[in-house]
Design a protein around this ligand. Structure first.
Ligand code: NAP
Length: 283
């Protein structure tokens, strides 16, 4: 039987810590503000944006909502970002992805000031992670590091296999595990011996984006299994990239879906906002 890593509880702990820190900083005259931009009204994006606003309200971070119509041009969006970059009252800028097809996401990400890039997607922040400098880190992989650390799971010297190499999850995850002194293998759709590599992992991080793809045959006895995936199955129930009921008896630790990695993303976004405010206000 595996220990279940309770992402809901760990995320609640982090949010509570941030709430106290924000209250303390407010008392000495520093307040924190996040600008959240949404272009169009994709229902999933609206849910994510709503959850981010709720988390801000809980922690005591002011949130400014920019709900822009689908037809917004790239130039109009870039002008708003530039205005927010210049606004000293705003510490973090988040542009909810995906953007409508006529807007170039890379240009938008690059337009956000790296000091306000609380999503950690700006090339300067990604580069800082590669060379081990300070900068904002993508929230989902940063949250997974917190899950491991707060569950007292040793990372240094362990063999970590990451399945997936996306810019948002797989690549920053691999770099963070390397920074924590794991020996890291990154797998992707062209990896020829996926099962063999996965079954050598002490820590297996699955961000493959395919519902219930990873079964017991991919997992070494006693491995730590982190499931990043989030999907709706044929019964409209949430599930991950891992076949939980099969893998759980073999693992030493495992994240459930829901209630594992998912809640950590927003907690780390809030953490990045507070960090942005502390750096800009030198507190
Ligand atoms: P993505 O951009 O679709 O990337 C999937 C990765 O898996 C790619 O690198 C792909 O390889 C690799 N892959 C696909 N099929 C494979 C196969 N058969 N064998 C080995 N590798 C394979 O997805 P993502 O954005 O990283 O997200 C991954 C999952 O995490 C999704 O389910 C997503 O919904 C979830 N997610 C959750 C959170 C959260 O907060 N919980 C946040 C972000 C994402 P190639 O590069 O070769 O195509």
């Amino acid at each position: 039987m595996a220990n279940i890593i309770d992402g809901k509880q760990i995320s609640a702990d982090i949010k509570e810590e941030l709430k106290q820190e924000v209250a303390r900083l407010k008392e000495v005259g520093h307040s924190c503000c996040l600008a959240v931009i949404q272009v169009g009204s994709d229902p999933a994006s609206s849910v994510y944006v709503g959850n981010k606003k709720k988390a801000c309200a809980y922690i005591g971070i002011e949130s400014l909502a920019y709900e822009l119509p689908e037809e917004t041009t790239e130039e109009e969006l870039l002008a708003i970002i530039e205005q927010l970059n210049q606004d000293d009252h705003v510490h973090g800028i988040l542009c909810q992805l995906p953007l409508p097809k006529h807007i170039n996401e890379d240009r938008v990400i690059a337009a956000i000031s790296p000091e306000k890039d609380v999503d950690g997607f700006h090339p300067q922040n990604v580069g800082a992670l590669v060379i081990g400098q300070k900068g904002f880190v993508s929230c989902t992989p940063a949250g997974i590091i917190q899950l491991l650390k707060r569950s007292n799971i040793d990372i240094a010297g362990k063999h970590c296999v990451v399945i997936g190499r996306s810019n948002i999850v797989g690549k920053p995850m691999a770099l963070l595990m390397l920074r924590e002194n794991a020996t890291v293998t990154v797998c992707h759709s062209k990896t020829s011996n996926l099962k063999e590599l996965c079954s050598q992992a002490d820590i297996l991080i699955v961000a493959i984006g395919k519902p219930r793809f990873i079964g017991a045959e991919y997992v070494k006895d006693g491995a730590v299994v982190i499931d990043v995936g989030i999907h709706r199955d044929e019964n409209n129930k949430l599930c991950g990239d891992v076949r939980y009921e099969e893998v759980e008896p073999k693992a030493s630790y495992i994240t459930p879906v829901p209630g594992g990695v998912g809640p950590m993303t927003i907690a780390m976004l809030m953490n990045n906002c507070v960090e942005a405010m502390k750096s800009s206000d030198l507190c």
